[in-house]
Design a protein around this ligand. Sequence first.
Ligand code: RFL
Ligand code: PHB
Length: 421
Amino acid sequence: MLPAPRRAGNGVAHVEPDDGKRLTVPSVGDLMRTQVGIIGAGPAGLLLSHLLHLQGIESVVLETRGREQIESTIRAGVLEQGTTDLLEASGVGERMKAEGALHHGFELAFDGKRRRIDLKALTGRCITVYAQHEVIKDLVAARVAAGGAILFGVSDVSIRNIDTSAPSIQFVHQGQSHTLDCDFVIGCDGSQGVSRSAIPERVRRDFERVYPFGWFGILVEGAPSADELIYARHYRGFALVSTRSPTVQRMYFQCDPTDSVHNWSDDRIWAEMHARVDSADGQCVVDGKIFQKNIVGMRSFVSTAMQHGRLFLAGDAAHIVPPTGAKGLNLAVSDVRILSRGLDAYYQTGDEAQLASYSHLALKRIWRAEHFSYWMTRMMHRLDDASPFEQQLQIAELEHVTTSQTAARSMAENYVGSVVV
Ligand code: RFL
Ligand code: PHB
């Protein structure tokens, strides 16, 4: 066991920067020191930094992009109740509570009809629709208000000495090279980051499935099409009707991942959405003014183990799910919840046992979510290699989950994230 570690403020030198602004990165020239070095200011990195701060543990967050960029990138929309409970309990849920929309269920559209999955009745839990970039804004605001250190616009990030108890992160900020010495490095830098590759290939095992389709996403100025989300399975392909606010809607439809948004006029998009979602009883998608279009590929990916020495991976840096199950951000949150507890135990007692079990514990929930996301994706999407027989099986499965209480409850439990592992 290591000597009892120090809590933030216990003798760690702080140097005030020349510009008079409060900077909590203890720095001497190009050398900085903190307890936990966090790479990436996505939901994982920012929430971890916030939770650690509440536990009296110092951290520095390094982010390649600018604050405006991270606060405006459109991604997730569905937050599990476990996620919203944690955001609220940690003091960053006020705006989410006021502006987010609580959904008690969602609809499945297939075979010309719509059937509802009543999440509240089946599980006692709900989801909240609140945009990921709003969560990011809330977390950045909380870190800034607490004098937390987030360095935006860094480049050339590399990790050193993770096999020792004194790892460090090298990076360039405002044209100057820096070294951040820390006790732990946490890689929260998403699927394209540098952290995962710092774990040697000989001790790493990656699992991957790439899907031959993508999602075409649109943001729409207009009224909601329904009170709840609609997941639609159609022989032309999957479609999803989601929302952001009473005046801004989010929709997606399955597409070729190599297609270009320039091939899709607004009229063509609406024709496709209507064909896939409108039901025989006259329930229709409501058109609006499209103000953003993008295409994303779909992938399932897990990298194990999520720890090597003093480097830990969290969120998309370690695992990706296709967005059909709305799990990615929620998994990132559950990873950092586990990590923050392990780090707390370490800084309280010097015992690393809880940290050592992080990967094992987190992976249980991750594999459950991987399976659910894969299952939802296979059931809802047009699979080009599927025979007419297999297409009928998709419909049979949808009939089953919308008519059997047991099957509906299983789906609902997975969706709201209440399956405890
Ligand atoms: P992020 O959000 O990718 O953040 C990583 C951050 O690291 C920075 N970075 C670096 N920083 C320093 N040095 C480097 N070398 C760096 N390299 C990268 C990046 O700039 C970035 O700021 O990862 P994190 O924090 O793990 O969060 C994961 C979530 O963003 C992701 O899982 C979700 O968006 C997934 N997702 C959804 N999740 C849900 O729980 N519910 C949803 O409804 C939901 N909908 C979605 C989604 C993802 C989607 N796309 C785009 C695939 C809908 C879509 C369309
Ligand atoms: C979204 O609103 O962006 C969203 C909703 C549900 C999903 C994925 C994305 O499954």
